[in-house]
Design a binder for this molecule. Structure first.
Ligand SMILES: [Zn+2]
Length: 338
């Protein structure tokens, strides 16, 4: 097996990858496409701790050797491979509640990611993809699953206003999901290109943080402000903005696709007696996400996603890193492995 391994920050090498599974009954999957996201760039530039690991946050592929317990998923079928894994060591994992794992492991950081020719995994990590889902849509299943967890935890009701601080791909996917569940998302972001994408994706209330967003939210909600808010830590917007748009006793979800450090003052949150909680995984939602995408609940066609061949990975990462430094934003990039 061969993959792009991050040796240390800024040093990536194409090298042999040891097949660590070694277990009986695992399936071998030929990876056809992998997605490079912000997490990969932050691993590359050393902001996220990841060394001696194959990068690539998400992957889709074709079954090349079918292992045990795959049932209808046979050789040649197109599949999505779960990108997170319970630690199997914490109290909840040991108590048979892996979905509540307190140290969930992430592909490309804690274990080898998907920028490699083959992966070997257990049947429980493999999901058959219906023909109605494209490979690129499948690479966003992880984001849709995280958005679903947020919707669940916020206990969204029909007609409710939900303020989203941040305007990246996760924000756009979450907003579309909220519309699907008949809630009313209000996106507040700072990147003009992202805000345009949000509008094109069918989100009605989209505001630039430079505009008078607070007055807008006040007017839309009839002075009540948002009873539910989501703060996406991948954005560099101050947490205080999320507290500002939230009503007294509102629920505020902190989330992000990677564990970025955020500093915040909580005086406003204490004053308003906000209910703050964190969501960092969509683990367990993969099947529901596949159904939602197949039912066209989410339109990913407006996201600006770059593509590149497998041989260009070092150049792509270095370009993404530059883009992040200069604009504060990156374009997710699909790497074609075949
Ligand atoms: Zn665990």
């Amino acid at each position: 097996m061969n993959g792009w391994k991050l040796i240390k920050p800024f040093k990536i090498e194409r090298s042999d990858v040891e097949d660590k599974s070694g277990a009986v009954g695992v399936s071998k999957i030929k990876i056809t496409k992998s997605l490079l996201t912000l997490s990969d760039v932050l691993a590359y530039d050393g902001e996220i701790e990841a060394e001696n690991v194959v990068i690539g946050s998400f992957g889709v592929g074709i079954i090349s050797e079918a292992g045990a317990n795959l049932f209808e998923i046979e050789k040649g079928k197109r599949v999505f491979v779960e990108a997170t894994r319970p630690c199997n060591e914490c109290y909840n994992c040991m108590s048979n509640q892996p979905h509540k794992c307190s140290n969930l492991l992430v592909a490309g950081e804690d274990f080898d990611g998907f920028l490699r020719d083959f992966v070997s995994v257990d049947a429980e990590s493999i999901y058959l993809l219906p023909d109605s889902i494209t490979d690129v849509e499948a690479l966003y299943i992880g984001y849709v699953s995280l958005a679903l967890s947020i919707v669940d935890k916020l206990e969204i009701k029909k007609g409710e206003y939900v303020a989203i601080i941040g305007s990246d791909s996760l924000a756009v996917i979450l907003a579309q999901l909220l519309i699907y569940y008949q809630a009313v998302p209000i996106i507040i972001g700072e990147n003009k290109e992202e805000l345009e994408i949000a509008k094109k994706s069918g989100i009605y209330y989209v505001f630039d943080i430079e505009d008078n967003y607070l007055k807008e939210v006040f007017n839309i909600t009839g002075g009540r402000l948002a009873k539910k808010s989501v703060y996406i830590s991948d954005s560099d917007i101050s947490v205080s903005k999320a507290f500002a748009v939230s009503s007294f006793n509102a629920s505020v979800a902190f989330t992000g696709t990677m564990n970025k450090n955020v500093t915040a003052s909580f005086s406003q949150a204490v004053k308003k007696q906000l209910n703050i909680f964190c969501v960092n995984t969509g683990y367990g939602n993969t099947e529901s996400s596949i159904n939602l995408i197949a039912n066209k609940a989410i339109d990913l066609s407006n996201l600006e996603i770059a593509t590149a061949p497998y041989s260009d990975v070092p150049e792509v990462l270095s370009k993404m890193e530059n883009e992040l430094k200069e604009t504060g934003k990156i374009h997710d990039t699909v790497i074609n492995l075949v």
